[in-house]
Write a protein that binds this ligand. Structure first.
Ligand code: SAH
Ligand code: SF4
Ligand code: F3S
Length: 485
């Protein structure tokens, strides 16, 4: 990344108007304040960024942490920090409930232990007016609130807060510009997410994302590939291309490039060994894309293909633009072209009007599509979405009982599929020290399944050969048989 040296910035004049220069100016201003504070307190100032949402939310958190560390905060792994930033999610009600609970808890720490703590909230939940109203009323100790469209402005907003001392709130209704070339602090040295597009135009009837993330816009392919090259130069070997509907990538560009073409460009980048992407929408998954995946040595044979329901009637109410039959035909095309593909999915149970027959269609689809794993969710009404006012609310108890039957079926199939690989020797990218088993590390197979095996931190970021000894359902226990593949 072409970052700017803060020491070279003239901070005694007014701020520039163009970006990203304006943000670097405010970073320099904030750093001056942080240095003075550190001196006064005789210690470094710490910060903690907590992610509540999806991969895109996590990617935003890396950018936010990058800015905070650039201005002199030291990352802490506890929320008893001098600045705590919650990057929130509002996709389901329980995400919101968790955030409110944690803000209350933070407030208590602030009053008891660190009155000068700054509490900042950002992300999808903050794009909802009723949330911001509630925070202003019930949590007056919060210092800074911003949304999804202005995360690049963190330094400017923080500086405003430092100056005013009160609560600063800035929510932009619509996405303005895409500001690039800002600092970013990656969680892993060897793998990284790369945004290829922002927002979503699909308006699935249950989903709040288009309202809180704005309209779909794609980044230019050159900018994306340059970022992938920079990452590779810095030791990254696995990239995940991120967007709410990656296979509609490129439609809004001046010179349209489609997602299959973008993948082929990413494949050319030397040093990258694994390419993943998240999330494709079944209605837009092209045969071109399937062919590119099948022929590629780098694109992982894992496809996360959210189905949401197996009932064509419910799919129509969900505004998904495909039927059960379309989806199963697509799965058959993918399997014919890529026989070792691992399929995963998302399913919603208890959508308004879902009958026992509709649910049995979902059970049937799951048996036929045979997923390696699936995320299952109880339908959660989101204010402002069409589904929230649809008739036929499914009773909690009925939905819960369906949910349990569904996860039982999914678990049985996942176990069968995973058991097929027991005894094989496969390539694993070692990602983490295992926190539950002593002297174990954890990594992922190309198909995204987790493997835990004895090892130490020297293996982190390496590709190794592991024998899969025992299948434990969603993961394997294995043993190292060879290094540095
Ligand atoms: N853009 C992605 C994922 C978006 S959110 C996609 O289109 O697949 C991730 C998942 O959350 C969705 O796939 C859906 O299964 C679930 N989800 C979204 N809104 C929901 C709601 N209101 N209630 C329950 N689950 C929901
Ligand atoms: Fe939500 Fe549908 Fe867009 Fe996914 S594709 S983010 S489920 S509206
Ligand atoms: Fe949540 Fe926003 Fe992602 S609502 S799922 S963090 S796009």
């Amino acid at each position: 990344m072409r970052e700017i040296d803060l020491d070279k910035i003239e901070i005694n004049m007014g701020p520039p108007t163009e970006e990203p220069a304006r943000q670097y100016y405010f970073m320099a201003k904030c750093r001056e304040w942080i240095r003075a504070e550190s001196k006064r307190l005789g210690r470094a100032l710490t910060c903690a960024t907590v992610t509540f949402g999806c991969q895109m939310n996590a990617k935003d958190s890396e950018k936010l942490s990058g800015i905070l560390q650039k201005i002199g905060y030291v990352a802490a792994d506890t929320e008893k920090a001098d600045l705590v930033l919650y990057n929130t999610c509002t996709v389901r009600e329980n995400a919101n409930t968790r955030v409110y609970g944690r803000i209350g808890y933070l407030g208590r720490i602030k009053y008891r232990e660190n009155p000068q703590m700054k509490i900042a909230l950002c992300g999808c939940m903050m794009q909802e007016a009723h949330v911001v109203d509630k925070i202003k009323q019930s949590y007056p100790f919060v210092n800074l609130i911003f949304g999804t469209h202005n995360i690049y402005k963190l330094a400017e907003l923080l500086y405003e807060q430092i100056q005013s001392g009160g609560m600063v709130v800035e929510i932009e209704k619509e996405s303005g510009k895409i500001v690039e070339e800002l600092p970013s602090e990656r969680k892993f040295d060897f793998k990284a997410g790369v945004n290829i597009m922002y927002g979503c135009n699909n308006f699935c009837s249950y989903c709040i994302v288009p309202y809180v993330r704005g309209r779909e816009r794609s980044r230019k392919p050159d900018d994306i590939i340059r970022e992938v090259e920079d990452l590779a130069d810095n030791g990254v070997t696995e990239v995940m291309l991120l967007g709410q509907n990656v296979n509609s990538y490129g439609k809004t560009l001046e010179n349209p490039v489609n997602f299959a073409e973008l993948l082929q460009m990413a494949e050319q980048v030397e040093g990258i060994r694994r390419i993943r992407f998240m999330t494709p929408h079944p209605k837009d998954l092209s045969d071109d894309l399937i062919r590119v995946m099948a022929n590629s040595k780098k694109i992982c044979h894992h496809l996360h293909l959210p189905v949401q329901s197996g009932s064509s009637r419910i799919l129509k109410l969900m505004n998904r633009h495909y039927t059960k039959e379309d989806y199963l035909a697509l799965v058959a095309r993918v399997r014919a072209a890529i026989p070792d593909v691992a399929l995963t999915t998302d399913i919603i149970v208890g959508f308004p009007g879902e009958t026992e027959e509709d649910f049995m269609e979902t059970m049937d689809l799951v048996s036929r599509a045979r997923y390696h794993s699936a995320y299952t969710f109880l339908y959660s009404p989101r204010e402002g979405t069409p589904a929230a006012v649809m008739e036929g609310r499914v009773e909690e108890q009925v939905a819960g009982e369906r949910y349990n039957r569904l996860i039982g079926r999914i678990r049985d199939i996942s176990q069968e599929l995973a058991a097929e690989s027991t005894g094989k020797i496969m390539e694993v990218l070692v990602e983490e020290i295992n926190t539950k088993r002593e002297n174990f590390v954890s990594g992922r197979l190309e198909n995204n399944l987790l493997v835990h095996f004895p090892g130490d931190k020297k293996l982190l970021g390496q590709y190794v050969k592991v024998k899969l000894l025992e299948c434990m359902g969603f993961y394997y226990l294995g043993e190292l048989v060879g290094k540095n593949v």
